[in-house]
Ligand binder design. Structure first.
Ligand code: SF4
Length: 311
């Protein structure tokens, strides 16, 4: 734009980003969930990448009409955490997303769908705390009245439990709610599912979570993916209840969404209900998350897995 002064162009080039990526593929699930695969522009090192985000309609009335829309965003192309049940951790880690790329996912989904998002969850590809600065800045833009004006309770960042980063997150007071992927309260099982448990042990994680709830006066959400014959026994429920004692928390149970290349399965419906009842009887606040977008591999733990039902 040579009609702008050179100094203004230089200033804009240093401070602003235009159009960060383009739509590669869009898939729509039978339940209305939409998954977008974006082609990222090369970053400063020249590395391009692909990343996915998901639009989730949440039904509120009896006819099942969507009451609001949740955007599930990614913060990294790939993930270094390598959880053994998750498709995102399988391919080689590519790179962190920039702040513009994180925020643009919402802009582009809103433009494509004609909807306004009322809730944002950072539960897509990547570990948000492993891309700390860019993700924090994105959250502040989404929270800002001149940005998306989303309140703290409408944005949830989910972490696998990187304790050092979580302590910084508490100190920096990100304007979001916090979810922690727990998946087991047994150290051995958790290490098998989430290798980062070896360097971020459960007892220290609990201490950090208590610190968060104490300082923010907000409950923490513990995500618990139920895996058949791995973490779904009465003994697992007992250990989870003991871990949650005196912790201001609620537990989100998630039926495992199978990934064909990974060696896990979801428990029977009977087993899921029994696990939920067991936790309730032990005094926990428990929710069973509704499955969304499984047929297009858009559900929890499936992002990054390629299937071919594109529209
Ligand atoms: S579950 Fe989350 S932290 Fe673990 S590999 Fe998948 S994206 Fe990464």
């Amino acid at each position: 734009m040579t009609d702008l002064s050179k100094s203004l162009r230089e200033d804009l080039a240093a401070k602003a980003t235009l159009s960060t990526f383009k739509l590669h593929t869009k898939q729509v699930s039978q339940d209305g969930t939409t998954k977008y695969l974006w082609e990222l522009n090369p970053d400063v090192t020249g590395q391009t990448a692909q990343v996915e985000s998901v639009l989730i309609p949440m039904a509120i009335d009896e006819e099942g009409e969507p009451g609001h829309y949740t955007a599930c965003l990614s913060t990294q192309a790939g993930c270094r955490m390598k959880c053994t049940f998750c498709a995102t951790g399988v391919p080689k880690f590519q790179r962190n997303l920039t702040t513009a790329e994180i925020v643009s996912q919402i802009l582009f989904m809103e433009q494509d769908s004609g909807t306004r998002f009322t809730n944002v969850v950072i539960m897509g590809m990547g570990e948000p705390m492993d891309n700390y600065d860019y993700t924090q800045k994105a959250m502040r833009i989404l929270h800002d009245p001149e940005g998306f004006n989303l309140g703290r309770r409408r944005m949830t960042v989910s972490t696998s439990g990187l304790i050092e980063h979580m302590n910084k997150f508490i100190k920096d007071d990100w304007p979001v709610s916090l979810a922690v992927s727990l998946h087991s309260a047994d150290p051995e099982i958790r290490s098998q599912l989430m290798p980062i448990n070896r360097s971020n042990p459960l007892d220290q994680l609990r201490k950090t979570m208590k610190d968060f709830t104490y300082k923010r006066r907000l409950p923490i959400t513990l995500e618990y993916i139920l895996l058949k014959d791995v973490n779904d026994s009465p003994e697992d429920a007992r250990k989870l209840a003991a871990y949650c004692k005196d912790l201001l928390c609620k537990v989100n149970l998630i039926r495992y969404n199978p990934v064909p290349t990974l060696p896990y399965d979801s428990p029977s419906e009977e087993r899921v209900m029994a696990f939920r009842e067991d936790l309730k009887n032990r005094g926990l606040r428990v929710f069973l998350r509704e499955r969304k977008g499984v047929d297009i591999a858009a559900a929890c733990g499936q992002l990054g897995f390629k299937n071919d039902k594109s529209t």
